[in-house]
Write a protein that binds this ligand. Sequence first.
Ligand code: FE2
Length: 384
Amino acid sequence: MQTPAGTLALKVGGPTQLMLERVGGSCYPIHPLWLRERCRDAASMDLKTQQRLADPSDIDLDVKIVALAQPAPGSFRIKFSDGHEALFSAADILEEAALAPNSHDCPAPQLWDGTLGELPRARWRADPSEAERLSWLQAFLTLGFVIFEGVPTQPGSVLKVGAMFGFTRETNFGALFDVRSTPNATDLAYTSVSLDPHTDNPYRAPVPGIQLLHCLVNETSGGLSTLVDGFAVAESLRAHDPAAFAVLANTPVRFKYIDAHAELTASAPPIELDVTGALKSIHFSPRLDFVPLFPPETLDTYFRARRQFDQRLRAPDFEIRFLLGAGDLVMFDNCRLLHGRTGFDPSEGLRHLQGCYIDIDGPRSLYRVLRRCGAQHGSLRRSA
Ligand SMILES: [Fe+2]
């Protein structure tokens, strides 16, 4: 049996061997223990929760396949040396074998830069079809953001939009926060100055994964929202200056926030990788970062690398700008994208946004559930 893409196939390698074949590539026997711990019968797992009933580390490390049969096309009956016997679906084995080690079985990111002409925009509907939700999620998961238009401008609406995709991450700023210029601001976000690209709350553990910003009023001509794909910038740095990339991926930086009621601190490298070396998260906020006191030569290389990264992040080559008008809401991946805004003149009028955070895994979970239900996604309008 082959996967739809035709890149993987299962074949019987002998009376006690099942082989995985990568078309045009490698072919190897599937480890018996890998199969044994995937038995999906009622003796091995709770069929309702699909959770194992026993610890797989207790399975004999030398477990073997002692009999292999194909009762029907696309299924295998396997008997193991510990006496257990189970039926396997070839489709299930291939589906899991097709996953890359760091795959989240969701649409892969499509990196973008300042030439991204058409922005993912959608008309907000409080009761969307499954196809609409899937198209919103597709845009969010690939590009890292989506802009909704026509979100009711009643205060608190941002929480309703967030609830469509995940669970609100309440912080010391509350369930939602207001972004407008105020006297005696505790954060520069609450002034009218321009904000360079940054990720929010790198001082928090865990970092809020997704941010939503909803414009209730904007009577100013400035205050454009800016977004930068941090993954695209990081990959550009990896390609052009691998040494700088390596320094930023391996230097823990301490981030700190302090006000009258909270003192938050967390450490993370500016470019966080997963165990395969793929990009996992960007932590970057030049107003809040404090590198530890390493020896001078180490700091020399760090400061040079940080400058390289920062200059790329602020370059117009990577940035997109757009105006959030009343009723517009942007939802973006705070682990991948950096956001900012241009300055504005508060004497022109009001500019009032409300924001909230939701956890990073909400949209991915919803995407999988909708796909499992068989929803087909429609098309999303893309416009500048
Ligand atoms: Fe921010």
